[in-house]
Design a binder for this molecule. Structure first.
Ligand SMILES: [Fe+2]
Ligand SMILES: [Fe+2]
Length: 322
């Protein structure tokens, strides 16, 4: 159905070739470089905040701190989604216990790698908290969110998972690879990307397996459910954007009036939407997958991606992919 050019065996071989250890990527007590940004410009919400209404607003130092607050939230949001991905893939592995041993190996490596990613992210967040000198507000209800996502049909859950894992790769390749930023964070995202590229293939293989058993109506429904999950996720991004205002206020030791707070919130939300929603929805592999699953709903996905892109601060979000 999805005309895939790879199989579970090639994913296992690639996973063995690129495998890495947390201690090699981020040694215990490693020091992050707080003189540098933690997010590349394309993913940060700081552009456009140097001035507000024609007057100076956030200076270089303030925008650097907001970039670092956004970097910490970025990693926390990944930790969030990886919790449900791990739980989902454990279910898929369980279904293969008496099935194909190679499929099972691929799925077990996938789950082990996601656990390793969580350990890596936690180590980075510990280093951030230890040396940033201020505690930044981040979303906490990962288990609850995992439950909400996993209450949807397996095809819808695999679609959102494919979206996330393709988007992770794109962030690294298009934005992070050559950016002037904290070298440890850059290396962390590189190693994450290496393993996520196999995960996205396994998502597609599992989706292919399930989609073959579904009627076209059920495949349409799965895409609708996927869009519903994105709406819920968008609500979380809005909550994170509000938390960022408080964090920045604490870090800088200054308060913001309503217009200032609103400018920061809008800018952070637009950046999170671009990062977590727009990149996935418009990823070429994701677009071609949805077209094969449901040609009519693929049109809806493209329309919704444009809506997300134009909702706030449209100048910060590209309206078409090069
Ligand atoms: Fe991961
Ligand atoms: Fe993954």
């Amino acid at each position: 159905m999805l005309d895939l050019t790879y199989d579970y065996e090639s994913c296992v071989k690639a996973s063995e070739r690129i495998s890495w250890k947390v201690d090699d990527v981020l040694p215990v007590n490693a020091k992050l470089d707080f003189t540098r940004p933690f997010l590349p410009d394309q993913l940060a919400g700081t552009r456009g905040l140097a001035t507000l209404g024609g007057a100076p607003f956030l200076d270089d130092h303030a925008r650097l701190r907001l970039n670092q607050i956004g970097g910490n939230a970025y990693l926390n949001l990944f930790g969030f989604v990886e919790e449900y991905i791990l739980a989902t893939m454990m279910k898929h592995a369980q279904a293969e216990v008496f099935g194909d041993p190679m499929n099972l190996r691929a799925l077990l490596r996938f789950t082990d790698e996601e656990l390793k990613h969580q350990a890596l992210f936690n180590r980075y967040r510990d280093a951030f908290e230890r040396d940033f000198q201020h505690r930044c507000g981040v979303l906490k209800n990962a288990v609850e969110v995992a439950g909400v996502i996993m209450s949807h049909s397996p095809a819808a859950v695999l679609l959102i998972t494919l979206h996330i894992e393709l988007m992770t790769q794109q962030h690294y390749v298009e934005c992070v690879k050559d950016a002037p930023m904290d070298p440890l964070f850059q290396s962390l995202l590189k190693h994450h990307w290496l393993e996520e590229s196999q995960h996205a293939r396994i998502d597609a293989l599992e989706l292919d397996k399930i989609a073959r058993t579904l009627s076209s109506e059920k495949r349409d429904l799965a895409v609708d459910e996927y869009l519903g999950i994105l709406d819920a996720f968008d609500g979380l991004l809005a909550e994170q954007a509000k938390l960022d205002i408080e964090s920045l206020s604490t870090v800088l030791g200054r308060t913001f009036n309503e217009a200032e707070a609103d400018a920061i919130r809008a800018s952070q939300l637009a950046a999170y939407r671009k990062t977590f929603i727009w990149y996935g929805m418009t990823n070429p592999t994701f677009v071609s997958t949805t077209k094969k699953l449901s040609p009519s709903k693929a049109v809806t996905v493209a329309e919704r991606a444009l809506k997300f892109a134009s909702s706030e601060r449209p100048s910060q979000i590209p309206t078409a992919r090069a």
